[in-house]
Every structure is written in C-alpha cells, then in structure tokens.
Design a protein around this ligand. Structure first.
Ligand code: PLP
Length: 286
C-alpha cells in the first residue's frame, strides 16, 4: 500500500510523521473521509472544498491547490489499484516545537491514505442499528464549530466509547441545550407522519451524505424539514436513519431501550438505502 506523504508516495511502513508535528502534539489539523465506488470517487469536489473550509476555519493554509489535492486523491487510488475504497486526506499544522504557537511550525503536512473498503455496518443494514444517546455533548457552534472536521475528535470518541459500553452501535449526540445534533460519525434523519426532519447544521457536521440524502428525498417527493429535535421526537419517530460517508445510509431501529416504529427498517429508510446504493454506483470522479 502506498501512502501520499508530503509530495511523495511511500510504502505504508515508511509513512511516518514527526512527534513534533502539531497534528500529533495538539490535534492541530483537519481531515476528510471519502469513498470510492467502482473506481470512482464519490463527491470529490465537495470533500476537497470541505477540507479547505475546515483549514480556513483553523487559520491554516494548505500548501497545495484544491486541484492538486483532488489529483493526489485520485492518484493514491490509482497507485494502489483500488476500486472500492475509503480515502483519508489529512492536513496537519506541521512540525513545530513543544509550544502551542503555530507560527513556529513549518509547512503543513499533507497526507492521503487509501484502503479497500466495503459497507461499514454489515448485517445491520437489514436489522437496523441500536442508538444510544450519550452524556458527552457535541462541541458548541462557536469558534470550534462542529462544522470543522478537525483532528480533535475527542468528544466523538468519548461518545463512541459510551455507546459501546451501553451496547449500542452508534451514539446520538445532543448539544448544550439538549437538542439532537448527530451521531459520532453521521447525520440523523427522522420520519414522522410522512414528514422527514433533520437537525440544522449549526450543531453538526454539514454532512455531504446528508446533502445527497436531502436531494434524493426531494426526488422522491419529500421536502426535508430542518428543525430543532429532541429525544422525544426520536423515540416517537416512525423511522430513523443516519447518513455518512462510512455508514452510507443506515436504519436505526432501537434507541435508549425504545423500539423505533415497527422495530424494522421503515419503508422510506429502505428506499433511501436503495437510492443511495444506486447513486454511489453511478456517479463520481474516475
Ligand atoms: N458527522 C460527523 C461528526 C462526521 O465525522 C461525519 C463523517 O464525515 C458525518 C457527520 C457525515 O458526514 P459525511 O456525510 O460528509 O461523511
């Protein structure tokens, strides 16, 4: 496996960064998660744009252009002969000293890792995920907005640990006010009385799969309503599903000990899973 590291493709075992890299010392950096299906990269431009937006928000200049970044991503796939893959571009502040000040850092480190990948949840697409609402809160929509896909994923990790401990497949994050935000790595949709609702993106990552789901639902005749949602809305929903690059589109059939709807993936959720499979197989950058 070849990894792109600061201008070169190097074998996996040689792909190493310094302990003085501020990505390692402080989680100072940004990343993306991208999927390729059938040798084509799904929503490449959107992911590259979000990476640069994340970098902009943490006042970091990525030392290559968006076009170069997109080309490196494609080249990483080609070099490794990957067709169905998960791709992880990372840009960290680069090598500095033990102090926080990023002005002491040299150039940001640019890394692209790709590996073979299938659907994340296996059998759970048929039975549905068990969700667990967690104590840890998503970070507030202030300077460190949840819209920054930063290398600081500690609260997401704590959410995952909590969900794991409680026997769940995915966490449900609430914000400081108790409104539902998203999962630890995906966005949330709720179906109730033939209406589809999802939280505003101020409190969660502006998911690229979320945007795709909104488009697909629109084509099916459902105008997705962005709204404040509480756990009550989730417990009493007819259907819940999550969307994300890794999760794709997956049903949630249990949450905090409540059975959601009939306890089986609902009809609209199943239509979404199908529509998503179709669009990922039939689009993307070769
Ligand atoms: N929310 C969080 C916290 C994530 O890390 C991700 C994954 O990238 C998502 C939502 C889903 O976003 P996307 O559909 O762009 O992958």
């Amino acid at each position: 496996l070849l990894i792109y590291l600061n201008g070169k493709f190097v074998p996996k075992d040689e792909a190493k960064v310094s302990v003085y890299d501020h990505g390692f010392l402080y989680g100072d950096g940004v990343f993306e998660g991208i999927r390729a299906y059938n040798g084509r990269v799904f929503k490449l431009e959107e992911h590259v744009d979000r990476l640069y937006d994340s970098a902009k928000a943490i006042a970091m200049n990525i030392p290559i252009t968006r076009e170069e970044m997109a080309e490196i991503i494609l080249e990483t796939l080609r070099k490794n002969n990957l067709k169905d893959a998960y791709i992880r571009p990372i840009v960290s502040r680069g090598i500095g000293d033990l102090g926080l000040d990023p002005r002491k850092c040299g150039k940001p480190s640019v890394i692209v890792i790709a590996q073979g990948w299938g659907a994340m949840y296996g059998d759970l697409y048929e039975v549905g995920l068990t969700g667990v609402s967690v104590c840890v809160r998503r970070n507030a929509p202030d300077a460190l907005s949840p819209n920054i896909k930063s290398l600081n994923y500690l609260n997401n990790i704590l959410a995952k640990i909590e969900a794991n401990e409680k026997g769940g497949d995915e966490a449900v994050f609430l914000d400081q006010n108790g409104f539902v935000c998203e999962g630890s790595g995906d966005n949330i949709f709720v179906v109730k009385n033939d209406k589809v609702l999802t939280p505003y993106t101020i409190s969660n990552l502006k998911g690229i799969t979320r945007a795709t789901a909104i488009e697909l639902l629109d084509e099916m005749g459902y105008k997705v309503i962005e709204s404040n949602l509480g756990l009550f809305d989730l417990y009493t929903a007819d259907e819940i599903f999550v969307t994300g690059t890794a999760a794709e589109s997956a049903p949630v059939t249990r949450l905090d000990g409540r059975i959601i709807g009939t306890g089986k993936p609902g009809p609209l959720t199943m239509k979404m899973v199908e529509a998503f499979a179709k669009i990922t197989q039939n689009s993307g950058t070769p």
